[in-house]
Each structure stands twice: as structure tokens, then as C-alpha cells.
Design a protein around this ligand. Structure first.
Ligand code: CAA
Length: 271
């Protein structure tokens, strides 16, 4: 599959036509930027957007991992555009956004997905553990959104989707840094949503619960089992569960949903 696969030649689009289902979601191929696309949730988001016929760019930090990922994705039929970018660095983020737009065109869908954990109880937490998480998980949202917003304003259309966390809502033992950064995303979302609502731009947050990725596998086994017991659905989430919500929020006809937070956590936390 290529990024053009959902045009007239697309078997899926042809199938839609045969069954007379209007291909609403595929009406306008968008230029999408997903930060941290080479990770577990990021990969699923990139794939989902590409399958719907959109052009997908992603940022990465680790060259080796990103090249292997791109090759693996190509084997599976996906064409992704990858850009090295430290999203915690404002100048670099601005430069990379400009390059993406020069290569692919104006970005109108931004998924702020890149993030890290440095879990520690506060009494043991170093300033670096605090600063790294705030810089990578929260500063990054400003660093990417600020330059991308100009293109969305020009186009009078935009979808900004911030991937937060259940732990930004309820807190978590050992995550005062991460919970603060992820909670900060909610405030950012609600403020910016008001600023750009009249410009055809929506800003929303998704708060995934515990999704089966490397990040969760890094949690000690006994703690992981304890967490699983708190999830009413009885399983960890799949990256595709989050990608599904992204694909819903980015659609043209989701324009009345803005400033929202969509919990995607198997019932683990309800507010
Ligand atoms: N609630 C209350 N007390 C707890 C506790 C909990 N959840 N977990 C541990 N404790 C207690 C221990 O029993 C121990 O008590 P005693 O001293 O009386 O024996 C004490 O706290 C341990 O405190 P320490 O400061 O020594 O902690 P530690 O260094 O052993 O481990 C930790 C701290 C690294 C944070 C570890 O608890 C941990 O890994 N927790 C998991 C954090 C987590 O859930 N991370 C999520 C990662 S995935 C993610 O973030 C994605 C997403 O969006 C959901």
C-alpha cells in the first residue's frame, strides 16, 4: 500500500462505492504529523491514518530504531516520511516542521504523541528526571503546536490531538513528573481549543489507560498485575484502541468536538 492507495484505484474505496457507502473519511487526504511515531501507540496511529489515505510524517530521535521501523513498515506496505527531531527543543521543532511542510505540504493534522516516563517517588526524584519528563511530554506540545498552528490558520482547518494519559487524570504512585506533564496537556487543550474554535481547528486530548507497549512492560511485574486487576474490561489496551480514537477525532465531520478529553482506558478511571 502507498499513501495514494485510497484514491480512485483503491480496492477499499471501490468496495465502498459498490456498497454505496459514501467515503466520507477519505474525502480529503490530509498531511498528518505524528510525533514519536516509531513507538507502540505512535505506530498504530501512523498505520491507521495511512490506511485512510492520508500522508503521514513522523518524528524520531533514535536513528537506528527509526530506520529499522521504516523498513519494517515498508515491508508491510506503508510509506511513511520520517524526520529526526528532538521535540523537547523548540528551535529544532520549528526547523523540522518547516522541512515537513516544504516536502509534503501544509500540516493540518497534528498528533502530539511523543512522550517518556522517568518513574520515581518524589523523595528520590532528581531534577533531571523531573525536567526530562516535563520537557519531552509537555514542552513538546508547545514546541510542535506553535509552528504547525500557523499552517492550520492559513487553511482554516486543523485537528490537534494530544495523547495524554489516565495518570494525568488520576495521578499514579511514582509519577509526579509524568502526571504533572500529562495533566498540563488538558489545560493546554482547553485553552487553545477556545482560541482557535472559530478557525475550523479543533483541539482534543485522548487519555489512554494502560496500553500494552514497551512502556508498560517496563513496569515491575507485580505492579503490572495489580494494575491489570483494576481494569474492568479485563485487559490492557491495544495501541489500535488509541489509533481508533485518533481516526475519529481527525475526521472532517468531527468539527463539533473540541476541548474534549476522551478517556480510552477500559473503564480503569471514570470521571
Ligand atoms: N501505593 C502505595 N504505596 C506503594 C505503591 C502504591 N501504588 N507502590 C509502592 N508502594 C510502597 C511500597 O510498598 C514501599 O513501601 P515500604 O517502604 O513501606 O516498603 C514504598 O512505597 C516504596 O517506595 P520507594 O520510593 O522505595 O519506591 P521504589 O523505588 O521501590 O519504586 C516506582 C517506585 C519505581 C515508582 C515503582 O513503584 C513503580 O515502578 N511504579 C509503577 C509506576 C507506574 O505505574 N508507571 C506507569 C508506567 S506506564 C505509563 O505511564 C503509560 C501511561 O500513560 C499509563
Amino acid at each position: 500500500m502507498t499513501v495514494l492507495a485510497m484514491t480512485k484505484e483503491s480496492p477499499q474505496l471501490a468496495a465502498n462505492t459498490q456498497t454505496e457507502i459514501p467515503p466520507v473519511a477519505q474525502a480529503v487526504p490530509r498531511i498528518c504529523l505524528v510525533t514519536g511515531g516509531t513507538g507502540g501507540i505512535g505506530s498504530a496511529i501512523c498505520q491507521r491514518l495511512a490506511k485512510a489515505g492520508h500522508v503521514v510524517a513522523t518524528t524520531y530521535r533514535n536513528e537506528e530504531k527509526a530506520k529499522a521501523w521504516k523498513a519494517e513498515m515498508a515491508k508491510q506496505g506503508y510509506t511513511f516520511h520520517i524526520y529526526k527531531c528532538d521535540v523537547s527543543n523548540f528551535e529544532e521543532s520549528q526547523r523540522v516542521v518547516k522541512s515537513i511542510v516544504a516536502d509534503l505540504g501544509p500540516i493540518t493534522v497534528l498528533v502530539n504523541n511523543a512522550g517518556i516516563t522517568r518513574d520515581s517517588t518524589l523523595r528520590k526524584m532528581s531534577f533531571e528526571q523531573w525536567r526530562d519528563v516535563i520537557a519531552n511530554d509537555l514542552d513538546s506540545v508547545f514546541n510542535m503546536t506553535r509552528p504547525v498552528l500557523d499552517y492550520m490558520l492559513e487553511k482554516n482547518f486543523g485537528r490537534i490531538i494530544n495523547i495524554s494519559s489516565i495518570n494525568g487524570q488520576k495521578g499514579q504512585f511514582g509519577q509526579s513528573n509524568y502526571a504533572a506533564a500529562k495533566a498540563g496537556m488538558h489545560g493546554f487543550t482547553k485553552a487553545l481549543a477556545q482560541e482557535v474554535a472559530k478557525k475550523g481547528i479543533t483541539v482534543n486530548t485522548i487519555s489512554p489507560g494502560y496500553i500494552d507497549t514497551d512502556m508498560i512492560q517496563a513496569v515491575p511485574e507485580n505492579i503490572r498485575q495489580g494494575i491489570m486487576a483494576q481494569i474492568p474490561v479485563g485487559r490492557f489496551g491495544k495501541p489500535e484502541d488509541v489509533a481508533h480514537v485518533v481516526s475519529f477525532l481527525m475526521q472532517d465531520d468531527s468539527g463539533f468536538i473540541t476541548g474534549a478529553n476522551i478517556a480510552t482506558n477500559g473503564g480503569h478511571f471514570m470521571d
